[in-house]
Write a protein that binds this ligand. Structure first.
Ligand code: AMP
Length: 586
């Protein structure tokens, strides 16, 4: 049973959320006012001549829409140690490095106390809703979380990924304790300098506390899948460690060894139990609930670029529910999942109207069945004037714009969302894709989602051979004339040539965008190329990003590799084992 006080606390959190969302329009006006007053000294805001006015209409007419590129010079000055009020009233003391996996290189973003507070607010909110349906009592969480390297900027500010800044805070620990789900692993493991060693120890800690684990989670689903793929390879070693109470020599970081020595005691009974469970499992199906019999659910961001990992995750999860985590970014949080029972593919995020001021650029799709408009400023869609949070319409897609306490004003995050419903007067959003176009050569326009659907469709052909697409990416090849799409696949085994040829044709046919189809028919886009890369190629890509300062916790495989990303292009190129060209339009 949930402790009475805890239950009351959670009801209070839900009631506060209900209250905030009942009059989201008013709350938005108040938040904008507060952001602009608190930061009125900021050079950036002064420049736009608001002259003390804080209403949404003036704000929209004076302050322009921007992207990270526009703010970069300001953020750079902050990172270089300029402590004058540049973007915010109070000086920024910490910098977040966004994962950079979507753009190719990490971006600097201000990280402030308010961002930390809103992170805790959103964690508490979605937990309260989750816990109503799936109560956690005195449990532990097996969290596959990792920190990035932290470093000092030229001006002496601490910089690390946003998740690292959060995990390092005392608020994070307190919030996890209050959710009755502290992490199984000691800090030395979370903040260890070597991701592979940390992952091994996370697994070991989970097994040590196997009957107390009630949640298995990570920030993004990719890390959970990676963890259990690793488990498949190292489980015997883990069992030996538990049996003998001695940590494998593969872990050589002294601080991790010291921390693990405190937890690890010889326990042959548990080692035998795990051994038996694994030998009894069929192809690792349902291994998570098998190993952690008291787990209530698996939790992490499962939407957007994480959807391709769902199949594998479901395999490991068996009957255990998969619950989608909230929606946010290094720049700031947006919405909480308050409908935890929805399957990941349908997950929505209710915008918290007091964590920022939000605007939405309506996007009108131009290209599917209607005429093509090459002059549209955004290639994928045409845009209109931004609307406010409570003015969005159900069924419509929008690009989201953030204004928040961390010095971002009318900032285009680059995400496309769809309004599914309203929770009181705040919209419930579904994440659609990144707004930057993925694949385009001439009049074709295919997004991350289109690519994902094509890969899903072609991947079905591999099932007969019991093979899966482990990971994938794409690029446009313009060195040939005409240019063509290249899709790179890493597979779980050796597929036959016959099937791969069919997969290649299927990929080509699965891009149903009218621009692509007509260009293929007229051969102004060449035959799609499928490249199969060696096992472990995507691990090399991950390692490359880690080397740039990214953290596994925030890693997202780049689904489209731009030619400027020479290192990733090179890794892919060096690891090709098979190439096929489609005959779909021959
Ligand atoms: P980062 O700042 O590196 O953590 O990346 C933030 C980006 O991750 C967002 O702009 C989204 O594109 C994506 N993202 C974050 N949360 C979700 C979510 N719940 N569903 C889908 N994509 C998400």
């Amino acid at each position: 049973m949930l402790d009475k006080i805890e239950q009351l606390n959670q009801e209070k959190v839900i009631e506060e959320f209900e209250e905030l969302t009942r009059d989201a329009k008013r709350v938005q006006r108040e938040i904008l006012h507060k952001i602009l007053i608190e930061n009125s000294e900021a050079e950036y805001l002064q420049k736009w001549g608001l002259n003390g006015r804080t209403d949404p209409e003036t704000f929209k007419s004076c302050v322009p829409l921007v992207t990270h590129k526009d703010l970069d010079p300001y953020i750079q000055r902050i990172a270089d140690g300029d402590i004058s009020p540049i973007l915010t009233g109070k000086p920024v003391t910490t910098i977040s490095l966004s994962s950079g996996t979507t753009q190719g290189k990490p971006k600097f973003i201000p990280f402030t106390e308010e961002l930390l507070n809103s992170t805790m607010q959103i964690f508490r909110t979605s937990f309260a809703f989750r816990n109503r349906e799936f109560p956690i009592v005195n449990g532990k969480a097996l969290q596959f979380i990792y920190s990035s390297k932290q470093f000092k900027t030229r001006g002496g500010l601490t910089a690390g990924t946003a998740t690292t800044n959060v995990y390092r805070s005392s608020q994070f620990k307190n919030t996890m304790e209050s959710m009755q789900s502290p992490c199984c692993s000691p800090d030395e493991v979370i903040f260890g300098p070597d991701f592979h060693q940390s992952l091994y120890c996370h697994l070991l800690c989970g097994l040590i506390y196997y009957d107390e684990v009630q949640i298995v989670s990570s920030a993004f689903a990719h890390s959970i899948v990676l963890a259990f793929q690793t488990f498949e390879r190292v489980w015997e070693e883990l069992c030996t460690d538990i049996r003998e109470g001695i940590l494998s020599s593969r872990v050589n970081v002294p601080s991790i060894r010291a921390a693990m020595a405190k937890l690890l005691k010889p326990n042959p009974a548990v080692a035998d139990l795990i051994y038996k469970k694994i030998l009894g499992s069929s192809n690792w199906y349902g291994i998570i609930p098998e190993l952690f019999p008291n787990a209530k659910y698996i939790y992490g961001i499962l939407t957007g670029s994480m959807e391709p990992y769902l199949k594998k995750l479901r395999h490991y999860a068996g009957q255990l529910p998969l619950l989608s985590a909230d929606y946010g970014s290094s720049e700031g949080w947006i919405g909480a999942n308050v409908n935890p029972r929805l399957p990941p593919e349908q997950a929505t995020f209710a915008v918290l109207p007091d964590i920022g001021y939000f605007e939405f650029i309506p996007l009108r799709e131009m290209t599917r069945d209607q005429g093509l408009d090459e002059s549209a400023s955004n290639i994928h869609c045409s845009e209109s004037d931004p609307v406010g949070l409570t003015e969005v319409k159900i069924g419509e897609e929008y690009e989201i714009i953030i204004t928040n306490f961390a010095g971002l004003y009318r900032y285009r995050l680059g995400d496309v969302v769809k309004v599914i419903d309203f929770h009181n007067s705040t919209p419930e959003l579904q994440f659609v894709c990144r707004s930057n176009l993925l694949l385009t050569i001439n009049i074709d326009k295919n997004t991350e989602k289109d690519l994902q659907l094509a890969v899903e469709e072609a991947g079905k052909l591999l099932l007969k051979e019991k093979i899966e697409v482990v990971d994938f990416t794409s690029h446009v090849e313009l060195s040939t004339d005409p240019g063509h799409y290249v899709i790179s696949w890493e597979l779980s085994g050796e597929a036959s040539e016959e099937v791969l040829i069919k997969c290649c044709d299927c990929l080509d046919r699965s891009f149903v965008d009218a621009g692509y189809v007509s260009s293929r028919k007229t051969n102004t886009i060449g035959a799609l190329e499928l490249r199969v890369v060696k096992r472990g190629t995507f691990q090399k890509i991950l390692d490359h990003f880690l080397g740039l300062g990214a953290a596994v916790s925030q890693f997202k495989t780049p689904r489209c590799v731009s030619p400027s990303n020479t290192m990733v292009s090179q890794i892919l190129c060096d690891n090709v084992v098979h190439r096929y060209f489609s005959n779909a339009f021959a």
